[in-house]
Design a protein around this ligand. Structure first.
Ligand SMILES: [Zn+2]
Length: 307
């Protein structure tokens, strides 16, 4: 796996004001790769093929019928037990672990060809997605994209939790905390500066979990049909359903989900994201608010450049 992409700063333009944002070199993957597996919620067979894409393409899902669904907060249609995207009457479910792997490793542009209604669950973590991207190799594209720019904290929250982005420098850092009352998973928190290597090692292997008390409700709602000990663990009042990969695997998985949902802002950015009881709904709301800021900043920069 390559290290962090080069940081670009445009200095050749005389109209470039001194406070212009920083630029990163855009990336894609060097060759196509494929993953097959079972969907967590439908239990059906699905396959995902990652294809190289050019500068500015972003991450775009292409369904069997030819619909294109951009991986953007603007296209999120569902955040209950996973993040689903939709456009033109088509949808793709459970995108967050794949999105986390792409964003965590710094891959900007990929065409994701998908067969089936959702992204394969794999082992419930992003580890196999990381391995797949490493197999495909990350390729620089020789084109720059500015970092997402926001000037003041933004948050998305409700009575049960909040996710807050604070502008900063020196990369993206996450402070995440969870508290599942009545279960073994109480008061777990983590603090991490996100780099491709740290993401791959400390967040990607953390698996999906479910609270014992929620299992019946999930089944009744027709969800988690493909769920099993092979792709999720259960947290009950007295302990876990099996051995863990990390003592604090629950909060690490919530951080992994957060990365996958933040990816839907469509930009890489610097600062601190503080997540107190994050959920897909709160994460996606923050990603949408960040996206709106980044779009505005990019439009202003473009206007200055054209002047
Ligand atoms: Zn997850």
């Amino acid at each position: 796996m390559r290290g962090s992409p080069a940081v670009w700063r445009l200095t050749s333009d005389p109209l470039d004001p001194p406070d212009m944002g920083r630029y990163l070199e855009q990336t894609t993957i060097a060759r196509p790769v494929t993953m097959r597996g079972t969907g967590l919620h439908t239990g059906g067979q699905c396959a995902v093929s990652l294809q190289p894409a050019g500068p500015g393409a972003g991450i775009v899902f292409a369904t069997e019928s030819g619909a294109l669904i951009p991986a953007s907060a603007d296209h999120v249609i569902e955040t209950e037990r996973g993040t689903s995207l939709g456009a033109g009457g088509e949808s793709v479910g459970c995108v967050e672990h794949l999105m986390a792997a792409l964003y965590g490793l710094g891959v900007d542009n990929v065409r994701v060809e998908i067969t089936g209604p959702e992204v394969p669950a794999c082992d419930g973590s992003a580890r196999e997605w990381v391995e797949l991207v490493e197999e495909a190799r990350i390729a620089p594209l020789g084109a720059a994209k500015p970092l997402g720019e926001f000037k003041a904290p933004i948050w998305a929250g409700d009575g049960a939790g909040a996710v807050i982005a604070v502008p900063g420098s020196r990369g993206l850092r996450l402070a995440v905390s969870v508290d599942y009352e009545g279960t073994v998973a109480r008061h777990q928190s983590l603090w991490i500066r996100l780099t491709p290597r740290r993401f791959a090692r400390w967040l990607a292997p953390a698996r999906t979990f479910v609270m014992e008390g929620e299992l019946e409700a999930l089944r009744q709602a027709g969800l988690a049909k493909g769920g099993s000990g092979a792709n999720a663990f259960v947290a009950g009042p007295g302990g876990y359903s099996g051995p863990l990969r990390f003592e604090d695997e629950v909060v690490r998985h919530k951080a992994l989900d957060l990365v996958g949902d933040l990816a839907l802002c469509g930009w890489r950015f610097e600062g601190v994201v503080v997540a107190l009881r994050p959920s897909h709904r709160r994460n996606v709301a923050l990603a949408g608010a960040l996206r709106a800021q980044f779009l505005g900043a990019a439009a202003r920069e473009e206007a200055v450049r054209r002047r």
